[in-house]
Design a protein around this ligand. Structure first.
Ligand code: NAG
Ligand code: NAG
Ligand code: NAG
Ligand code: NAG
Ligand code: NAG
Length: 344
């Protein structure tokens, strides 16, 4: 037969309290509760006092010393006056995480043999973080978590960037739309031209001179978007949402064009290395107004990355290491025929 006290023992064991004999459980629990409430109260008072203290001096500048290597042992020292971020002062040992995708070009691709991410973007992030003496990591993610757009809506930053999964996104172009919601480091890559792509041989006889009634595909979140062709004042460019299609991957894009789901695709001259499967429409000069400036790191508006990235990048630009990263892209990466037009 099981007695009531045995049951008490069993329940307290199940609750992870071990075997407690003698005192009755309900009284102990009440006592425990009172003690816990008192402890929580004391901690809360401490927290309020501490936050009041830190609020009392909100503009205390933080001085970060960054040693920039310069071939020799004693390089120049750059002193930044940092500002408090909304999440407190910047930890000098912070690990900076940057998102990167893989578009299969020399910029960023997955090295199938090693299984690692490689490309110009990897080289640049590594070099700038080295110069700035920052601890950086690249984190693969889909592009839409950095920035995305739905047909018929204004594009917007993705959850990875705004929700702080990472500190920035690697290699994004400045555009008119993007600068209203995100900020950028100085560009390391010059802007690209944008083109219309069609199925090989243009069997639909697509003309990019008048888009009335046409269905156009775009890479989701891309700089070459529906707003750009409107800015370009192409007749019919004010496409109804039903005639705008967004795609995420190279495979989706090529399938949509090859299956005539879209009459043409509009994107930049290099992304996804599309020329190896599709033809470029040549009835107009390439469009040069999609990008406001070249590609750099895309950041949240509250980001402190530019404080150290931009001076370090300026420093790196003076070196032969940077020119080598740029000039040896084809040799080091050789994923696509595109070299990289670096900002020098
Ligand atoms: C293609 O379109 C052009 C005008 O855009 C026209 O002159 C030409 O005849 C068309 N070709 C075919 C095969 O339909
Ligand atoms: C564009 O094409 C539409 C329909 O084909 C036509 O009505 C319109 O006049 C054209 N616009 C121009 C500027 O050629
Ligand atoms: C798309 O079609 C073109 C020719 O029509 C072909 O060369 C290409 O391989 C196709 N691409 C895919 C991924 O199906
Ligand atoms: C490195 O420092 C020396 C002098 O200390 C300077 O002349 C040279 O330009 C610097 N190099 C770079 C890449 O900044
Ligand atoms: C995609 C590409 O450019 N591949 C080239 C890589 O390098 C070899 C040898 O130099 C070339 O033959 C490929 O065409």
């Amino acid at each position: 037969m099981m007695k009531a006290s045995d049951e008490d023992d069993l329940t307290s064991q199940k609750a992870g309290k071990g075997v407690i004999r003698g005192e009755s459980s309900p009284r102990r629990q009440v006592l425990f509760l009172i003690v816990a409430v008192v402890i929580v109260g004391i901690v809360a008072i401490f927290a309020v006092v501490l936050s009041a203290l830190s609020l009392g001096r909100p503009n205390t500048p933080v001085t970060t010393m960054v040693q920039l290597p310069n071939g020799s042992s004693n390089g120049p020292t750059i002193t930044y006056i940092g500002v408090p971020s909304p999440y407190g002062f910047e930890d000098p040992n912070k690990i900076w995480v940057f998102a990167i995708g893989h578009d299969g070009t020399n910029l960023e691709y997955i090295d199938n043999l090693a299984g690692t991410l490689r490309g110009f973007h990897v080289d640049i992030v590594e070099a700038v973080c080295n110069v700035a003496n920052k601890n950086c990591r690249l984190m693969w993610d889909i592009y839409e978590n950095c920035y995305r757009s739905k047909a018929g809506q204004r594009p917007r930053p993705g959850p990875g960037l705004v929700s702080r999964w990472y500190d920035g996104c690697t290699g994004w172009f400045q555009t008119y739309e993007r600068i209203s919601s995100v900020s950028f480091t100085k560009p390391f890559r010059k802007p690209l031209e944008s083109l219309f792509y069609v199925k090989r041989g243009n069997p639909g006889n697509f003309s990019s001179l008048n888009l009335t009634g046409k269905t156009i595909g775009f890479a989701d979140g891309d700089a070459s978007n529906e707003f750009c062709i409107q800015r370009e004042k192409i007749p019919g460019a004010n496409l109804p949402a039903a005639n705008i299609r967004h795609y995420s991957t190279r495979e989706e894009i090529i399938a949509a064009v090859n299956n005539s789901e879209v009459d043409a695709l509009f994107t930049n001259e290099q992304i996804f290395d599309l020329k190896s499967d599709l033809d470029v429409v040549m009835d107009r000069a390439p469009i040069t107004t999609c990008m406001l400036a070249g590609a750099g790191m895309m950041l949240r508006k509250d980001s402190l990355v530019t404080n150290w990235w931009d001076p370090a990048f300026d420093q790196l630009k003076q070196t032969s290491a940077y020119r080598k990263i740029c000039s040896e892209v084809l040799m080091r990466h050789n994923q696509s025929v595109h070299s990289v037009d670096c900002v020098l």
